[in-house]
Every structure is written in C-alpha cells, then in structure tokens.
Design a protein around this ligand. Structure first.
Ligand code: PHE
Length: 340
C-alpha cells in the first residue's frame, strides 16, 4: 500500500507541472476520485488494519487529501491568472495606434460642373444667390408672370404641399427674391440649385434636377450682352471652338424669349449621330426680363432692364462628359463616379 507522504510528493509534482485546467482535472481524479482515486483507495483499505494503525493512517491520508486539494486550488488560480494576463496582452487595444487610412473620395461630377460654372460667372462679376427649394406659388409662378390658369403652368408642374406651397419647379423664383433683397441695380447674380418636376425617371429626365439661373439687371442691357455672356460661359466650359445660337421661344417671364443651343463638340456643327444630325445641342432658355417681372421684384422697368437665362446642370455635365443617361448621375455607382 502506498505511503501518504509519497502520494503527496507525487501529486504535488504533477500539479506543479500541469499547465491546463484539463490536466488538473485528471490529477484530481487520480488522487481524489471517489472510486479509484489513490487517497480514496488508501482509506478503503484502512478497515483491515489494527485500530492503532488505523487512526494514524486515517489522519495522514486526510492530511494528504487536504494538501493535494490546496495545491490544486493554488495551481488553478495561477493558471487562471496567467490566462487573463495573456488575454490582456494579446487583445489589448492601443488607442493611440493610427487607424487604417480612409479611402480618398472626390467631389461628385455634378458639383464639379456646378463649381466650374460658378467660377466662370464669378469671374464676370456675378454673385451666387441661393433660394429655398420649398417655394410659394407666388414666387414660383405668379411673380414670374404665370398667373393661375395660364397654360404654361403645365411646363412647371411640381409637387404641392398645399395649393400655396410647392417644391420649386425652376430656379427663376430666386430672380424675384434677389431683386427684392438687393433692391438697387446693378444686379448680377447666378442661382444654382435643386428643382423638382412631376416627371417619371427616364434617360433624359428625373423628377429632381439642378439648374443654374443667371440674372442681370442694369441700364440698357441688350440681347447681345446676354448672348455674349452665354458664349463666354460655354467657351470657358467646353472650349473656344464652341458656338452658341439663340432661337425664338416663349417664356412668360422674358420678352423676347429664346432657347440657346451649343454647337456639337463631336462634329463641330456639321451634324453627326450624337447631335441627331442637327449640329446643335439644346442647353437652356433665356431672354430679356419681362417688365412685369421687374415690377414684381420691386424694380422700375422705366429705368432698368435685364436679361436672364436658366439651364440644367445635369445636362451640362452630360454634354461635357458624354453621359447618355441622366439617372447615372444619381445612382451613386462608384464605377461611374470614379471616372470623373
Ligand atoms: N426657368 C426656365 C425653365 O426652367 C428657364 C429660363 C430661365 C428661361 C430664365 C428664361 C429665363 O425652363
């Protein structure tokens, strides 16, 4: 039969070497297990001994049991401490460590084109003027000489909150706001901004888009001044070989009114597939400000006159970059956007 003191030595040696909770579990069973643990066996054999020996062996076996239990508990605590220290080291977060660099984005192509237009016109002395996208019926229509029931209202059909409040269908209402705010001509402003119309999305139209409006109010302005300004703008954006032409048209807020076209950059005006053999691309509307519109803005048409124009920024961007579907500009597809 084993000697308790030998068992303690053996057991303590094994415990000191154990490096996992699993090994400690095995040692526990080996020595203290209820059925075949060595200490347990020692105690079961005790009945065959003489009473005097019984007491002595019982006592030393119990001491051995306690010593082994204590050593197990110690080693467990050590291993757990080491495990936590290890986690603390390997999983620690160094908050001072620089993060991975962010991917570098760039300005959206529409914003680029808008800024180019602004830069060109600012170089001519125009100032950027902004107006609200939620507009009153008066600024969007009435003040621009489009009275209730006027058939032209259909061209600017928009989204209404109430009969008096709508999403503006063009940037022209800012003409009126600017005249009211600035009061005294000369006024030279451009008003870039978002507009809305009741159109289903398709390759050339969206229910939301952006325009740049221009307004000049001064003494003795002419259609020539207006055309020269548009030509300067177009040539600055597209190159000096481009030409501009104006064609008679109708807007209730200008008189006379025109559409303005830009010569096709691909065929130079001779006619090709991309301009549908016209040689020209339609860009926007323009004209001399109607006297009633000046009056509605608080300006005396006997003393002052003006010209105005308006066009879509999307269309400008599409012409500049040969984009054939306006929806691409709003789909946020990086494969498209990264090209600009
Ligand atoms: N507001 C007009 C439109 O949206 C464009 C325009 C502006 C025409 C200024 C003439 C003068 O179609």
């Amino acid at each position: 039969m084993s000697d308790p003191s030998n068992l303690i030595r053996e057991a303590l040696g094994a415990i000191a070497k154990a490096s996992t909770e699993g090994e400690l579990e095995t040692i526990t069973l080996d020595y203290l297990g209820r059925k075949s643990g060595q200490i347990t066996k020692l105690l079961t054999g005790i009945g065959q001994l003489a009473p005097a020996q019984r007491a002595a062996l019982g006592q030393s076996a119990n001491e051995a049991k306690r010593a082994i239990e204590a050593a197990l508990a110690n080693r467990r605590a050590e291993l757990e401490g080491a495990r936590l220290a290890d986690i603390a080291e390997t999983e620690a977060i160094d908050v001072t460590f620089p993060g991975p660099p962010l991917g570098r984005g760039h300005v959206h192509v529409l914003t680029q084109v808008q800024r180019q237009i602004e830069t060109v016109l600012e170089s001519l002395g125009y100032k950027v003027e902004l107006g609200p996208e939620v507009e009153t019926e008066w600024y969007n229509f009435e003040a621009l000489n489009i009275s209730a029931g006027h058939p032209a209202r259909e061209n600017w059909d928009s989204f209404y909150f109430t009969p008096q409040l709508l999403l503006r269908a063009h940037t022209s209402p800012v003409q009126i706001r600017a005249m009211q705010r600035l009061k005294e001509p000369p006024i030279y402003i451009i008003t870039p901004g978002r507009c809305y119309r009741r159109d289903a999305p398709e390759a050339t139209r969206l229910p939301y888009f952006s325009q740049v409006e221009g307004l000049a109010v001064d003494r003795g302005l002419t259609v020539g001044d207006m055309k020269g300004t548009l030509l300067y703008m177009i040539q600055s954006l597209y190159g000096s070989e481009r030409k501009v032409r104006v064609r008679p048209s109708y807007f209730p807020f200008t008189e006379p009114s025109f559409e303005f076209d830009v010569s096709c950059g691909i065929c130079g005006g001779a006619g090709c597939k991309s301009c549908r053999h016209k040689g020209w691309l339609e860009v926007g509307g323009c004209g001399m400000v109607h006297p009633q519109v000046l009056r509605n803005g608080g300006i005396d048409p006997e003393k002052w006159n003006g010209y105005a124009w308006g066009f879509g920024i999307e269309r400008m961007a599409m012409l500049k970059h040969d984009v054939d579907d306006i929806r691409l500009l709003y789909e946020s597809d990086l494969r498209f956007l990264e090209q600009f």
